[in-house]
Ligand binder design. Structure first.
Ligand code: SF4
Ligand code: SF4
Length: 332
């Protein structure tokens, strides 16, 4: 089973409720960034570039929990920056569980052992570790030697102690597909629960040459789709069709909304025009039709899961054929 049953059930119930209420722009995931500071400085990190001026700013625990309540999304992705250097993270997670939320803790895993001393495994918790390749590649991309050897044993211990652990791997221009297969095979052997793969995209604040243009995403992901047949890749079949260029999807930027120390980031997780004081202001002030149809220049090459996985999910709820395909995939 690629996703916990409880998560699937809660998401199904939540979506049905939104549809019954006639809501069109409802959130599925709150991307909660309590801080942008990090114990790494990776080459491909947009956040530490974009938020250089407010790098040391933090949300308080209460502001985080108020944001969880204000937005109401069933899934909270606690990210950043590095959430394991944010002292209130254990209390934040407890607050989310008390509210029935599912939490994805997005981390570089350097401090995972310390985290495990404070927060036991929970059915609503997935630890998602940023891992961009095997030793040499990962250390090069995170710009620090020894990180791979620091984090992999901690991930192994986390799996052994009963935490649900998955990974998130960014695919760059020079990502070797043989190495990707090697990485997934190693992680499979460790009992890691699944692998998210994200096309690296040169958005707004990043302009170096390591990212993929749209056509390059299609070519790379046609090969990755074969690898995905052999491993527990968490990108859904319909989203993979979109990544290979076999299917087009509109974007659903309202489904993954971002809250950080500057406010509610609009229009989407990736690009920034402004930060709003409240979630309501974000929803009411954004021209969703414009961004959904990708009419903004900055959307041109974007194929990120934060914009399109929810579009794929929405299509699945409307098509019995896609629903069947999804159901077969999820139990494999
Ligand atoms: S670990 Fe994540 S947040 Fe930290 S610098 Fe790298 S990409 Fe950015
Ligand atoms: S396509 Fe969607 S997620 Fe991507 S930049 Fe545009 S609005 Fe944001």
């Amino acid at each position: 089973m690629r996703f916990p049953l409880r998560l699937q059930y809660d998401l199904f119930r939540y979506i049905a409720k939104q549809k019954r209420a006639g809501r069109q722009h409802y959130p599925l995931v709150l991307m909660l960034e309590p801080l942008h500071a990090c114990n790494l400085a990776c080459a491909g990190c947009g956040r530490i570039v974009e938020y250089e001026d407010t790098y040391y700013d933090k949300l308080t625990l209460q502001e985080c929990l108020d944001s969880v309540d204000e937005c109401g999304a069933p899934v909270v992705s606690v990210c950043g920056g590095e959430p394991l250097i944010y002292k209130p993270t254990p209390d934040l997670l407890r607050g989310c569980f008390e509210r029935g939320k599912h939490v994805q803790l997005c981390t570089n895993a350097i401090l995972l052992d310390k985290f495990m001393e404070k927060v036991p495994p929970h059915t609503n918790l997935t630890i998602q570790v940023h891992l961009d390749g095997m030793r040499e590649t990962h250390d090069r991309l995170v710009c620090q030697e020894g990180v791979f050897d620091t984090v992999v044993p901690q991930m192994k211990r986390a799996v052994e102690r009963g935490y649900r652990v998955s990974t998130n791997t960014t695919i760059y221009k020079d990502t070797s597909l043989e190495e990707l297969e090697e990485l997934f095979t190693m992680l499979d052997g460790m009992g890691v629960h699944g692998f998210l793969i994200t096309p690296g995209y040169a958005y707004q604040v990043l302009d170096n040459d390591i990212y993929l243009a749209k056509q390059e995403v299609h070519e790379k992901f046609r090969e990755i789709r074969e690898i995905a047949k052999r491993h527990k890749v968490l990108s859904t079949p319909l989203y993979l069709d979109f990544l290979t260029g076999d299917r087009d999807l509109d974007c659903t930027p309202w489904a993954n909304v971002t809250r950080n120390p500057r406010g509610w980031k609009g229009p989407c997780y990736l690009i920034t025009d402004t930060h709003y004081k409240t979630y309501r202001e974000l929803v009411e002030s954004t021209d969703w039709a414009f961004f959904s149809q990708r009419r903004d220049k900055r959307c041109e090459n974007c194929k990120l899961h934060s914009g399109f996985e929810a579009s794929a999910a929405e299509t699945v709820t409307r098509s019995p054929k896609e629903a069947l395909r999804f159901a077969n995939w999820v139990v494999r």
